[in-house]
Design a protein. Structure first.
Length: 297
């Protein structure tokens, strides 16, 4: 995470553009710890997807959403509980209804304080963005899926099960053919595996593969990843291919009773050779460790 020390993860709302009718995207501009943020409108309500890191970023997003809504009711959701996606929700209290799935609500309650401390240790710029940040509490919690009526447009929030985190959710705008994946998908980046035993071991490589296979089969027209460039179905297909590659390379060596250290070294070398242009090489080692733990011994 050394790169995060040098960059201020500020959300720049001036770069927002309409991705589809009444659907605004605030792009991440390829800045680490800045997510792609969505604002989806209907005739009477508007949904904001992710807040950015900390209160000041969230205030920028709220100001944009308030202006875009022009009096329409505001809702807020987060794709998962990690700080750059959810730890600005406190700013929306009293102005928007914050809704997430039950597993994500549990993640916020159980792991939120620890992640707040961990992220503050990433450097002065990140710590500054988290100044005054609190772990948010949702206003509304659903179980597996929830259809949110924005007026003439229904948005589907779906809990996908354990993958990048325990409480990942995707947001689908069916009439526009748009899918928001959160960090289930990123472009130009090795998949982020927050495998931190014994503190957090809820990431599941096998669950992640199953989720991405389902998303790819749905053939979304436009995919907004958690971080990186917007694309089509190929965004989720590329992540699926990589996760399968990661599993196969890891398990092939695990089957031969190779030591964990050797497996990590060999798989890391193979993946970097195949994807030399990708960022986030530091996430290969925990990904291999996670897949080793899921190997059917």
């Amino acid at each position: 995470m050394a790169d995060h020390q040098l960059l201020d993860p500020v959300v720049e709302t001036t770069g927002a553009y309409e991705l589809a009718r009444d659907l605004l995207l605030v792009p991440d501009r390829a800045v680490p710890l800045v997510p792609n943020i969505g604002i989806v409108g209907g005739t009477h309500s508007v949904l904001v997807i992710d807040t950015g890191l900390g209160p000041e970023n969230a205030e920028r997003v709220l100001a944009l959403a308030r202006d875009y809504a022009k009096g329409r009711r505001l809702y807020l959701t987060s794709t998962h509980f990690h700080p750059e996606h959810a730890f600005g929700a406190q700013v929306f209290v009293g102005e928007a209804t914050f809704l997430v799935n039950r597993a994500q609500a549990q993640d916020l309650a159980d792991k939120g304080p620890g992640y707040l401390t961990m992220f503050r240790g990433l450097g002065a710029a990140v710590a500054g963005r988290l100044d005054g940040a609190r772990v948010p509490t949702p206003d509304f919690v659903y179980e597996r899926s929830h259809h949110l009526d924005l007026g003439g447009r229904s948005v589907r929030l779906s809990a996908v099960g354990r993958a990048h985190s325990r409480g990942d959710q995707v947001i689908t705008v069916p009439d526009a053919g748009v899918l928001f994946t959160g960090d289930l998908a990123e472009t130009g980046q090795f998949a982020i595996f927050p495998w931190f035993p014994p503190h957090d071991t809820d990431v599941s490589g096998l669950g992640w593969i199953e989720v991405m296979a389902r998303l790819a089969a749905a053939r979304p027209r436009t995919v907004v990843p958690g971080h990186g460039a917007v694309g089509g179905t190929e965004v989720v297909e590329d992540v699926l291919d990589y996760l399968r590659e990661l599993r196969d390379e890891t398990w092939e060596r695990r089957d031969s009773a190779t030591s964990r250290e050797t497996i990590v070294e060999e798989v890391r070398a193979v993946l970097i050779e195949r994807h030399p242009e990708w960022a986030g090489r530091e996430w290969i080692d925990p990904a291999v460790a996670c897949l080793c733990s899921e190997h059917p011994a």
